[in-house]
Design a protein around this ligand. Structure first.
Ligand code: HEM
Length: 149
């Protein structure tokens, strides 16, 4: 298929894993910020503004670019000849979990607007529960890509 992708394969994987680390850091940390923002911070206070700034920067400066980079380098790996065998289960498991991770990212981005508009209705307990979603998906993804079931 695309020969130059084979030459670049190790570097594509390096860049993929680095992007994954940056994206995951945000996916784990942003819901923690939401927990404290919901449970401890008074609406309209200085701390409210500080949390909104931290959440906006984490999402826009780290998570959005890292998610795009993860997808770009991940798809480059998919198109590298001989890397993905679609007759096996692992690429499908990984694809499903990665779509779930992307959905979670967008869910977090939508929830941020609730803090900006002062209309957040999600409880701290719910944010704590949702915080487990990326952990679960990460286990499925890493097991799929390394065990290659
Ligand atoms: C966003 C869409 C993604 C796509 C299209 C994608 C696709 C791929 C592909 C095709 C490989 C190459 C497998 C190989 O070389 O054998 C790979 C490697 C890898 N991916 Fe992803 N991936 C994505 C997201 C993620 C996420 C979210 C994580 C972690 C939570 C992740 C973790 C890894 C790891 C750790 C490797 C290296 C595995 C190894 O070399 O043994 N990927 N990815």
């Amino acid at each position: 298929m695309v020969d130059w992708l084979s030459d670049l394969y190790p570097w594509t994987k390096v860049l993929h894993v680095i992007s994954v680390i940056a994206w995951m850091a945000g996916l784990f940390y942003l819901p923690r910020l939401y927990v404290y923002h919901t449970e401890v911070v008074a609406k309209g206070s200085e701390t409210d503004t500080l949390f909104q700034t931290m959440e906006r920067r984490l999402l826009k400066a780290i998570m959005n670019p890292a998610s795009v980079a993860t997808w770009v380098f991940g798809l480059a790996l998919v198109f590298t000849p001989g890397i993905v065998d679609w007759s096996m289960a692992w690429p499908w498991m990984k694809a499903a979990a990665v779509l779930g991770m992307t959905w979670f990212h967008h869910w977090l981005a939508q929830r941020r607007k609730g803090f900006v508009n002062g209309t957040n209705t999600v409880t701290g307990r719910r944010y704590r529960m949702m915080n487990e979603v990326p952990t679960l998906l990460m286990v499925i993804i890493v097991a799929s890509v390394i065990m290659k079931f």
